[in-house]
Design a protein around this ligand. Structure first.
Ligand code: NAP
Length: 314
């Protein structure tokens, strides 16, 4: 089989750190071009200022990886799909749920493959947690996702703007794991959002979830915080009715069962994403799960807002 010719749109942090090496390391793909508003490129590849220009110049491109911020993704996806290109979307697939539905409708109309990636799910520990929780009822679920925004998002103004998701930009990764591993569907039942006076999006959030099969007295909660200095926390704990206690740490890379480490896998989320994309392309199938985005949207819909001190994002 010949390699799928793919272009990257948006040559920012995640494209450079992960997409470029994952694509160039996978013989099912050939990275052929870049779209960059500021004219950036990598590996000497041709760079185009916008997607339309690239598609006109290089009709042989078969797929596009969209690595731009969520706002504006829909227009790019529609451009690519209507030009007959398959689309891989960085998370989240879009800025709103209605946009996500439009995107799915256009993909269906064109017959192209669309892959809404959730990178944190591509850890073996996440699949093992899902397997261990299957068919069980939860007594407790707690997400503790606290990181230093200055360290992980330097200079990214868009995360503080409407549509930028704020602390849900990393928080949606936890929700992508939670929706993958919980044995029955989660919904948000309460939400508290902390919003700094000088920003539009939350810097902190606390969520409570419910599920149709909740045990009486169960507690399903999440804390997201972008002001955590020192040790960072990307942890999900789950306890079942029978007392089995799972702890996923390092963003889903490590799993302990009843305190005993069972999986500590090196991170290969993005190589696994492109392996999955190759399989989807071969099958002509899409993968488009909106549950993490639904939970974030509902956190905003139900959110009790509290103003907090201005925050210097650096
Ligand atoms: P970033 O460093 O700010 O890069 C985004 C790139 O998109 C920019 O460099 C720019 O590239 C392009 N762009 C187009 N329109 C833009 C706009 N209005 N504002 C800013 N940039 C714009 O962001 P990122 O961290 O790579 O995140 C991009 C997406 O990947 C987000 O959805 C994020 O949630 C997701 N993601 C990020 C990480 C991470 O660790 N950073 C991890 C996983 C997923 P050009 O100048 O080349 O056009």
């Amino acid at each position: 089989m010949t390699a799928t010719r793919i272009a990257i749109t948006g040559l920012g942090k995640i494209a450079l750190d992960q997409h470029v090496p994952a694509i160039t390391g996978n013989s099912d793909f050939e990275l052929v071009a870049i779209v960059s508003g500021r004219g950036a490129t990598v590996n000497g590849l041709p760079s185009f200022p916008d997607l339309g220009t690239l598609l006109a110049a290089l009709p042989e491109v078969e797929a596009v990886a969209l690595c731009t911020p969520p706002t504006g993704r829909l227009a790019l996806a529609i451009t690519a799909l209507r030009a007959g290109k398959h689309v891989l979307l960085e998370k989240p697939p879009s800025a709103t749920l209605a946009e996500a539905d439009v995107l799915a409708a256009v993909a269906a109309e064109t017959g192209q493959v669309v892959f809404a990636t959730w990178h944190s799910r591509f850890n073996p520990a996440v699949e093992e947690a899902r397997r261990l929780l299957k068919g069980r009822r939860l007594r407790r679920l707690h997400i503790d996702w606290r990181e230093d925004v200055r360290r992980w998002h330097p200079g990214q103004a868009w995360i503080w703007q409407p549509g930028g998701f704020g602390v849900f930009d990393p928080g949606i990764n936890a929700l992508s794991i939670a929706t993958a591993i919980t044995p029955s569907p989660l919904h948000v039942s309460a939400s508290r959002l902390e919003i700094a006076g000088n920003h539009q999006t939350p810097i902190g959030a606390e969520l409570t979830f419910d599920t149709p099969d909740a045990l009486p007295g169960s507690r399903l909660t999440a804390v997201f915080d972008w002001r955590k200095e020192g040790e960072q926390s990307w942890t999900i704990e789950a306890e079942t009715e029978s007392g089995v206690h799972l702890t996923l740490t390092e963003g889903g890379r490590c799993l302990a069962v009843d305190g005993v480490p069972t999986i500590e896998a090196p991170s290969r989320e993005y190589p696994a994403i492109y392996e999955r994309f190759a399989a989807l392309l071969a099958a002509g199938a899409s993968d488009y799960d909106l549950r993490p985005l639904q939970l974030v949207a509902d956190a905003f819909l139900l959110g009790e807002r509290r103003g907090v001190a201005d925050f210097d994002a650096g």
